[in-house]
Design a protein around this ligand. Structure first.
Ligand code: ZN
Length: 305
């Protein structure tokens, strides 16, 4: 029997900087079993052992393939991990390792690309031919679908310049005025501290905005303006039909940021996107990465047939 006929499910694994989410997932993106553990950041060997354990805990006869979403730059073609962000996980062939260990087809994708794949196939981007998916969390991530195909390269959407000479980026980025420095949850935390004191954070900024606090609404609109500037620039480059915004901060802020973002994006975009470009909330929440990793597993399964 061909693989996949007797094994209708896959295991998706979403490796994050702080946790590993894994799950048994079907073709419709339904998560039947899930598991969450802390990401061991100490060494590459620890991470590989934790990924192996994340798979082993869910493995069974019904599993046809494995998919991994990793916060890393992957080599074109081979999908070898070249360099991970915020994890000691460099120059490692995870697909080969997992294939040899579990004797199953394996797919590996950048985590932001995997989340974009999930929102395109099963979330807010269903039916679109070209879309941009942005994740506003601690940082800003993103993925692109262009002409019915996920862009598999290294798209660092969070590091587009939206304010030349602006505030410095976080982490090992040495740039200034990047989207991540101006429109992430971290940027919203900083705005909240400025307005409400050292203990305030993005959550409080959004709560106050929802309650109608004019200063909070204005700061969230300002963040949306930066987001819209980036979206408008990307629209002028690749003309996506719609832009899907998720991530912890993106989902919490919702229309307080997305409304001003759409307005700013349309102001920057050339026709017809100046009228038609839509900025919409993501639908898959914090599970987009896990579902995307599972879709990458199904791709590997279908290739192996
Ligand atoms: Zn940057």
């Amino acid at each position: 029997m061909a693989p996949g006929v007797a094994a209708p499910f896959v295991i998706g694994v979403d490796l994050g900087g702080t946790k590993i989410l894994s799950g048994v997932v079907d073709r419709d993106g339904v998560i039947l079993r899930r598991r969450e553990t802390e990401s061991p950041g100490a060494s590459e060997a620890d991470i590989v052992a934790a990924l192996d354990a994340a798979v082993e805990a869910l493995l069974g006869d019904e599993i046809g393939a494995l998919g991994f979403g990793v916060p890393a730059n992957l080599e074109r073609g081979t999908r070898r991990i070249l360099r991970a962000t915020n994890l000691p996980f460099d120059d490692f062939d995870l697909a080969q390792h997992a294939r040899e260990r579990f004797d199953l087809p394996v797919g590996v994708e950048n985590d932001a690309n995997a989340a974009a794949l999930a929102e395109w196939k099963l979330g807010a981007g269903r039916g679109a031919s070209s879309l941009l998916v942005l994740t506003l969390g601690t940082g800003v991530g993103g993925g692109l679908v262009l002409e019915d195909s996920l862009y598999r390269g290294w798209a660092e959407v969070g590091h587009i310049v939206v304010q030349a000479g602006g505030p410095p980026c976080q982490g090992n980025c040495h740039g200034r005025g990047h989207l991540e420095a101006l429109a992430s949850g971290t940027a919203a935390d900083a705005a909240a501290r400025e307005l409400y004191g050292p203990d305030a954070d993005a959550r409080q900024l959004v709560e106050r905005g929802r309650a109608g606090d004019a200063a909070a609404v204005a700061r969230l609109a300002e963040i949306g303006g930066y987001l819209g500037a980036a979206i408008g620039s990307i629209a002028n480059l690749v003309d996506p039909e719609l832009v899907v915004v998720g991530g912890g901060f993106g989902e919490a802020a919702g229309d307080l940021v997305l409304g001003p973002a759409q307005e700013a994006a349309r102001r920057e975009a050339l026709a017809p996107a100046d009228v038609t470009l839509r900025v919409v909330p993501a639908e898959l929440g914090s599970e987009a990465g896990l579902v995307g990793a599972a879709l990458v597993a199904f791709e590997a399964l279908d290739r192996a047939r």
